[in-house]
Design a protein around this ligand. Structure first.
Ligand code: OAD
Length: 254
Protein backbone atom coordinates (compact mmCIF):
# COMPACT_ATOMS: atom_id res chain seq x y z
CA UNK A 1 0.00 0.00 0.00
CA UNK A 2 1.17 3.55 -0.70
CA UNK A 3 1.75 6.12 2.04
CA UNK A 4 -1.37 7.97 0.80
CA UNK A 5 -3.63 4.95 1.17
CA UNK A 6 -2.09 4.22 4.59
CA UNK A 7 -2.85 7.81 5.64
CA UNK A 8 -6.41 7.32 4.41
CA UNK A 9 -6.79 4.13 6.48
CA UNK A 10 -5.12 5.69 9.52
CA UNK A 11 -7.38 8.75 9.27
CA UNK A 12 -10.45 6.53 9.35
CA UNK A 13 -9.09 4.63 12.37
CA UNK A 14 -8.48 7.92 14.22
CA UNK A 15 -11.93 9.20 13.32
CA UNK A 16 -13.40 6.07 14.95
CA UNK A 17 -11.28 6.52 18.10
CA UNK A 18 -11.84 8.55 21.24
CA UNK A 19 -8.53 8.18 23.07
CA UNK A 20 -5.11 8.26 21.43
CA UNK A 21 -1.71 7.44 22.90
CA UNK A 22 1.22 8.88 20.95
CA UNK A 23 4.61 7.17 21.47
CA UNK A 24 7.28 9.36 19.91
CA UNK A 25 11.01 9.25 19.40
CA UNK A 26 13.89 11.16 17.86
CA UNK A 27 12.57 10.90 14.27
CA UNK A 28 9.77 13.31 15.19
CA UNK A 29 12.31 16.04 15.94
CA UNK A 30 14.68 15.15 13.09
CA UNK A 31 13.05 17.70 10.81
CA UNK A 32 13.80 20.38 13.41
CA UNK A 33 17.45 19.72 12.59
CA UNK A 34 18.03 17.62 15.71
CA UNK A 35 19.94 14.43 14.91
CA UNK A 36 18.45 11.04 15.75
CA UNK A 37 20.55 8.45 17.62
CA UNK A 38 20.86 5.26 15.61
CA UNK A 39 20.80 6.20 11.97
CA UNK A 40 23.96 5.29 10.10
CA UNK A 41 26.19 8.33 9.35
CA UNK A 42 23.89 10.98 10.84
CA UNK A 43 22.86 9.43 14.17
CA UNK A 44 24.44 10.79 17.37
CA UNK A 45 25.60 7.32 18.40
CA UNK A 46 27.41 6.97 15.06
CA UNK A 47 29.62 9.93 16.07
CA UNK A 48 29.71 9.91 19.85
CA UNK A 49 30.04 7.20 22.45
CA UNK A 50 27.09 6.88 24.84
CA UNK A 51 29.50 5.52 27.47
CA UNK A 52 31.41 8.82 27.40
CA UNK A 53 28.38 11.11 27.41
CA UNK A 54 25.20 9.52 28.69
CA UNK A 55 25.98 7.56 31.85
CA UNK A 56 26.34 8.60 35.52
CA UNK A 57 29.91 7.29 35.37
CA UNK A 58 30.77 9.54 32.43
CA UNK A 59 29.42 12.55 34.34
CA UNK A 60 31.40 11.67 37.45
CA UNK A 61 34.58 11.25 35.42
CA UNK A 62 34.24 14.29 33.17
CA UNK A 63 31.34 16.67 33.91
CA UNK A 64 32.82 19.33 31.62
CA UNK A 65 32.68 17.03 28.60
CA UNK A 66 29.16 15.84 29.39
CA UNK A 67 27.85 19.39 29.92
CA UNK A 68 29.51 20.60 26.71
CA UNK A 69 27.66 17.93 24.76
CA UNK A 70 24.30 18.68 26.35
CA UNK A 71 24.80 22.43 25.86
CA UNK A 72 25.50 21.77 22.19
CA UNK A 73 22.29 19.75 21.96
CA UNK A 74 20.38 22.54 23.74
CA UNK A 75 21.62 24.97 21.09
CA UNK A 76 20.44 22.69 18.26
CA UNK A 77 17.00 22.43 19.86
CA UNK A 78 16.74 26.18 20.52
CA UNK A 79 17.67 26.86 16.89
CA UNK A 80 15.43 24.15 15.44
CA UNK A 81 12.18 24.74 17.30
CA UNK A 82 8.95 22.91 16.67
CA UNK A 83 8.21 21.45 13.24
CA UNK A 84 4.97 20.57 11.42
CA UNK A 85 5.01 17.07 12.94
CA UNK A 86 4.89 18.39 16.51
CA UNK A 87 2.19 20.89 15.51
CA UNK A 88 0.08 18.19 13.88
CA UNK A 89 0.21 16.02 17.01
CA UNK A 90 -0.92 19.04 19.04
CA UNK A 91 -3.73 19.62 16.52
CA UNK A 92 -5.02 16.06 17.03
CA UNK A 93 -6.44 17.31 20.35
CA UNK A 94 -9.17 18.99 18.28
CA UNK A 95 -10.44 15.56 17.43
CA UNK A 96 -9.81 13.21 20.35
CA UNK A 97 -8.26 12.86 23.80
CA UNK A 98 -4.51 12.68 23.31
CA UNK A 99 -1.85 11.50 25.74
CA UNK A 100 1.77 11.59 24.61
CA UNK A 101 4.67 9.58 25.98
CA UNK A 102 7.89 10.69 24.33
CA UNK A 103 11.47 9.50 24.51
CA UNK A 104 12.53 12.96 23.35
CA UNK A 105 14.13 15.26 25.89
CA UNK A 106 13.80 18.43 23.77
CA UNK A 107 10.50 19.70 25.20
CA UNK A 108 9.26 20.48 21.67
CA UNK A 109 5.95 18.60 21.91
CA UNK A 110 4.82 20.75 24.85
CA UNK A 111 6.16 23.82 23.07
CA UNK A 112 3.88 22.92 20.14
CA UNK A 113 0.89 23.15 22.47
CA UNK A 114 0.22 19.55 23.54
CA UNK A 115 -1.30 19.41 27.00
CA UNK A 116 -0.50 15.92 28.26
CA UNK A 117 3.13 14.98 27.62
CA UNK A 118 5.00 12.38 29.67
CA UNK A 119 8.74 12.67 29.14
CA UNK A 120 10.04 9.13 29.55
CA UNK A 121 13.71 10.15 29.26
CA UNK A 122 13.46 13.47 31.11
CA UNK A 123 13.93 17.00 29.80
CA UNK A 124 17.17 18.60 28.64
CA UNK A 125 16.02 22.07 29.80
CA UNK A 126 15.97 20.96 33.41
CA UNK A 127 19.14 21.10 35.52
CA UNK A 128 18.89 18.52 38.31
CA UNK A 129 21.07 18.29 41.39
CA UNK A 130 23.24 15.18 41.31
CA UNK A 131 22.91 14.86 45.11
CA UNK A 132 19.54 16.18 46.34
CA UNK A 133 17.50 16.07 43.07
CA UNK A 134 16.50 19.77 43.30
CA UNK A 135 15.50 20.96 39.85
CA UNK A 136 15.84 24.23 37.92
CA UNK A 137 14.12 24.75 34.57
CA UNK A 138 16.33 26.68 32.18
CA UNK A 139 15.06 29.07 29.49
CA UNK A 140 15.03 27.70 25.95
CA UNK A 141 17.97 29.54 24.42
CA UNK A 142 21.27 28.82 22.75
CA UNK A 143 23.78 27.78 25.36
CA UNK A 144 26.67 29.91 26.52
CA UNK A 145 29.59 27.50 26.18
CA UNK A 146 31.78 29.61 28.44
CA UNK A 147 29.29 29.76 31.32
CA UNK A 148 30.41 28.16 34.61
CA UNK A 149 29.06 24.68 35.26
CA UNK A 150 26.01 24.90 37.52
CA UNK A 151 25.95 23.97 41.22
CA UNK A 152 22.90 23.38 43.41
CA UNK A 153 21.56 26.40 45.33
CA UNK A 154 20.17 24.08 47.98
CA UNK A 155 23.09 21.76 48.76
CA UNK A 156 26.07 22.93 46.70
CA UNK A 157 26.52 19.71 44.71
CA UNK A 158 26.95 19.68 40.95
CA UNK A 159 23.86 20.06 38.78
CA UNK A 160 23.48 17.62 35.91
CA UNK A 161 21.20 17.54 32.85
CA UNK A 162 17.72 16.32 33.87
CA UNK A 163 17.70 13.46 31.41
CA UNK A 164 17.72 9.69 31.87
CA UNK A 165 21.11 8.13 31.26
CA UNK A 166 21.95 4.52 30.41
CA UNK A 167 21.70 2.41 33.54
CA UNK A 168 19.17 4.75 35.19
CA UNK A 169 15.49 4.28 35.98
CA UNK A 170 12.85 6.12 33.99
CA UNK A 171 10.69 8.62 35.92
CA UNK A 172 8.07 6.36 37.50
CA UNK A 173 5.16 8.77 36.96
CA UNK A 174 5.85 9.14 33.25
CA UNK A 175 6.11 5.40 32.67
CA UNK A 176 3.02 4.61 34.74
CA UNK A 177 1.01 7.28 32.91
CA UNK A 178 1.94 5.71 29.57
CA UNK A 179 1.17 2.19 30.78
CA UNK A 180 -2.21 3.27 32.18
CA UNK A 181 -3.10 5.02 28.94
CA UNK A 182 -2.15 1.93 26.97
CA UNK A 183 -4.94 0.10 28.83
CA UNK A 184 -7.53 2.79 28.07
CA UNK A 185 -6.83 4.11 24.60
CA UNK A 186 -8.34 2.76 21.41
CA UNK A 187 -5.58 3.96 19.11
CA UNK A 188 -1.78 4.22 19.40
CA UNK A 189 0.35 6.38 17.09
CA UNK A 190 4.05 5.41 17.08
CA UNK A 191 6.23 8.11 15.51
CA UNK A 192 9.94 8.27 14.77
CA UNK A 193 11.34 5.63 17.08
CA UNK A 194 13.51 2.66 16.19
CA UNK A 195 11.88 0.70 19.06
CA UNK A 196 15.22 -0.46 20.37
CA UNK A 197 15.47 1.16 23.79
CA UNK A 198 13.63 -0.44 26.70
CA UNK A 199 11.35 0.06 28.53
CA UNK A 200 9.97 2.56 25.97
CA UNK A 201 10.12 -0.10 23.24
CA UNK A 202 8.07 -2.42 25.45
CA UNK A 203 5.21 0.09 25.34
CA UNK A 204 5.17 -0.25 21.56
CA UNK A 205 5.28 -4.03 21.79
CA UNK A 206 2.41 -4.04 24.29
CA UNK A 207 0.42 -1.78 21.98
CA UNK A 208 0.95 -4.16 19.08
CA UNK A 209 -0.08 -7.15 21.22
CA UNK A 210 -3.15 -5.37 22.60
CA UNK A 211 -6.58 -4.47 21.17
CA UNK A 212 -5.87 -0.83 20.17
CA UNK A 213 -5.35 0.09 16.53
CA UNK A 214 -1.64 0.84 16.03
CA UNK A 215 -0.42 3.34 13.41
CA UNK A 216 3.31 3.77 12.82
CA UNK A 217 4.90 6.78 11.09
CA UNK A 218 8.49 6.08 10.10
CA UNK A 219 10.17 6.30 6.69
CA UNK A 220 12.05 3.10 7.58
CA UNK A 221 10.60 -0.26 8.57
CA UNK A 222 11.16 -1.21 12.22
CA UNK A 223 10.77 -4.42 14.19
CA UNK A 224 7.02 -3.78 14.57
CA UNK A 225 6.16 -2.42 11.11
CA UNK A 226 4.89 -5.73 9.79
CA UNK A 227 2.64 -6.16 12.82
CA UNK A 228 1.00 -2.72 13.09
CA UNK A 229 -2.38 -1.90 11.55
CA UNK A 230 -0.94 0.86 9.35
CA UNK A 231 2.70 1.65 8.68
CA UNK A 232 2.96 5.05 6.98
CA UNK A 233 6.42 5.01 5.36
CA UNK A 234 6.80 8.78 5.30
CA UNK A 235 8.45 11.47 7.41
CA UNK A 236 6.59 12.83 10.42
CA UNK A 237 6.35 16.38 9.06
CA UNK A 238 4.68 15.12 5.88
CA UNK A 239 2.55 12.27 7.24
CA UNK A 240 1.17 13.87 10.40
CA UNK A 241 -0.21 17.09 8.87
CA UNK A 242 -1.74 14.93 6.10
CA UNK A 243 -3.33 12.76 8.78
CA UNK A 244 -4.81 15.82 10.50
CA UNK A 245 -6.12 17.09 7.14
CA UNK A 246 -7.73 13.72 6.55
CA UNK A 247 -9.35 13.82 9.97
CA UNK A 248 -10.56 17.39 9.39
CA UNK A 249 -12.01 16.20 6.09
CA UNK A 250 -13.86 13.41 7.82
CA UNK A 251 -15.46 16.06 10.02
CA UNK A 252 -14.45 14.28 13.18
CA UNK A 253 -13.87 17.44 15.25
CA UNK A 254 -15.64 17.43 18.58
P1 OAD B 1 16.58 6.33 17.09
O1 OAD B 1 17.65 7.19 16.55
O2 OAD B 1 16.95 5.01 17.63
O3 OAD B 1 15.50 6.10 15.94
C1 OAD B 1 14.98 7.16 15.19
C2 OAD B 1 13.92 6.63 14.25
O4 OAD B 1 13.32 7.74 13.61
C3 OAD B 1 14.44 5.70 13.17
O5 OAD B 1 13.62 4.52 13.14
C4 OAD B 1 14.26 6.51 11.88
O6 OAD B 1 13.93 5.69 10.76
C5 OAD B 1 13.12 7.42 12.25
N1 OAD B 1 13.09 8.69 11.51
C6 OAD B 1 14.13 9.40 11.00
N2 OAD B 1 13.70 10.54 10.45
C7 OAD B 1 12.35 10.56 10.60
C8 OAD B 1 11.34 11.50 10.24
N3 OAD B 1 11.63 12.64 9.59
N4 OAD B 1 10.06 11.20 10.56
C9 OAD B 1 9.77 10.05 11.22
N5 OAD B 1 10.68 9.14 11.59
C10 OAD B 1 11.96 9.39 11.29
O7 OAD B 1 15.77 7.22 18.15
P2 OAD B 1 14.83 6.73 19.36
O8 OAD B 1 14.10 5.50 19.00
O9 OAD B 1 14.05 7.92 19.78
O10 OAD B 1 17.94 7.59 24.94
O11 OAD B 1 15.93 6.42 20.45
C11 OAD B 1 15.52 6.08 21.73
C12 OAD B 1 16.54 6.48 22.75
O12 OAD B 1 17.83 6.07 22.35
C13 OAD B 1 16.71 7.97 22.94
O13 OAD B 1 15.69 8.54 23.75
C14 OAD B 1 18.06 8.05 23.59
C15 OAD B 1 18.81 7.08 22.71
O14 OAD B 1 19.87 6.43 23.31
C16 OAD B 1 18.83 7.96 25.88
O15 OAD B 1 19.72 8.75 25.66
C17 OAD B 1 18.58 7.32 27.20
Amino acid sequence: MTATSMIEAAGRALADSRRLLVLSGAGLSAESGIPTFREAQTGLWAKFSPQDLATPEAFAANPERVWAWYRWRRSLIARGGVNPGHRAIAALERHLDVVIATQNVDGLQSAAGSHDVSELHGNIWIDRCSACDAEHRQPVAEADDDAELPYCDACGARMRPGVVWFGEMLPVNALERAQAELERCDCVLVVGTSNQVYPAAALVEMAVAGPATVIEVNPQATSVSAAVDAHIAETASKALPALVDRLDGLGAAR
